[in-house]
Design a protein around this ligand. Structure first.
Ligand SMILES: NC(=O)c1ccc[n+]([C@@H]2O[C@H](COP(=O)([O-])OP(=O)(O)OC[C@H]3O[C@@H](n4cnc5c(N)ncnc54)[C@H](OP(=O)(O)O)[C@@H]3O)[C@@H](O)[C@H]2O)c1
Length: 251
């Protein structure tokens, strides 16, 4: 165990970071001098991603982490506690879309819904709760939940808005609404401890998650920017908020 954890480097963990937006968040946090733990459920793919990001200036380390596997989450918390004694930044980025065929409200497949919630909701609770003792040892703990504008009830419930014309979803979209709610719960619980907890909407970006969506011009790096901003807030920054590049997103 590190003797004086708060005197060491700033330590960040990004889940689901071997590709896409998570990988770009790792790159940006490491560029800022943080010791950045690249969470990957497949450590081999994590190492491939980390190899491409490492440089003399960027301290990127792979941590095996499947957010749906309790033993994996516990082992990750133990690893961070043992090697650093503290966690300054947690970015809950890992997410899945799930099979769209099972997400029509009229023919919903519960197994699809359960799988999506297992990763996008229960995985976030599992990881965040496991990391709280380490976040509480930070001088400036920050938690960022990578959600989606699609999780906004206000935008989705507007019949004149463009979200209402999207294909219906009983799994991915409600999972992000639940994640927004969780963000507020964790923010309220951790406010007195100075840990800021916010939700980041990356906007529609071309990644493997959106490979079926044609014409997306935003890149994964574009999507990472708001998460990085929220991960590096000053002490007087917001908590319990929902933000995109354009500012607050309606709940
Ligand atoms: N792309 C967009 O337009 C968009 C818009 C709004 C929100 N988002 C959100 O942004 C986040 C990142 O998505 P992305 O677009 O970058 O998609 P992506 O390229 O598919 O990346 C998703 C990452 O999550 C990982 N993952 C999935 N299940 C996991 C698990 N059980 N444990 C650990 N890691 C797991 C994946 O690992 P594998 O490589 O092993 O599958 C992958 O590294 C997601 O939460 C997504 O909902 C994306």
């Amino acid at each position: 165990m590190t003797e004086n954890p708060t005197a060491g480097p700033t330590v960040a963990l990004v889940t689901g970071a071997n590709q896409g937006i998570g990988r770009e968040i790792v790159a940006r946090l490491a560029e800022r001098g943080m010791t950045t733990l690249l969470g990957a459920r497949d450590p081999r793919r994590g190492e491939e991603a980390a190899d491409a990001l490492r440089s003399a200036a960027a301290d990127v380390r792979v941590i095996p982490l499947d957010v749906t596997d309790r033993a994996s989450v516990t082992a990750a918390a133990r690893y961070i506690g043992h090697h650093f004694g503290v966690l300054d930044v947690l970015v809950n980025n890992a997410g899945i879309l799930g099979d769209p065929a099972g997400q029509n409200p009229c023919s919903a497949e519960l197994d699809v819904v359960r799988d999506v919630f297992e990763t996008n909701v229960f995985g976030v609770i599992s990881v965040t709760t496991a990391m709280i003792p380490l976040l509480l040892r930070s001088r400036a703990g920050r938690v960022v939940n990578v959600t989606s504008g699609l999780g906004s009830l206000a935008l989705m419930a507007d019949p004149a808005g463009h979200f209402a014309r999207r294909p219906p979803s009983v799994a991915y979209v409600p999972s992000k609404t639940a994640l927004n709610s969780l963000t507020v719960q964790y923010a309220n619980a951790l406010r007195a401890h100075g840990v800021l907890v916010n939700a980041a909407d990356p906007g529609p970006c071309a990644t493997s998650l959106t490979e079926a969506v044609p014409g997306l011009t935003r890149t994964a790096a574009d999507g990472a920017a708001i998460a990085v901003r929220l991960a590096t807030l000053d002490a007087d920054g917001p908590t319990g908020g929902f933000f995109s590049d354009d500012g607050p997103v309606p709940w």
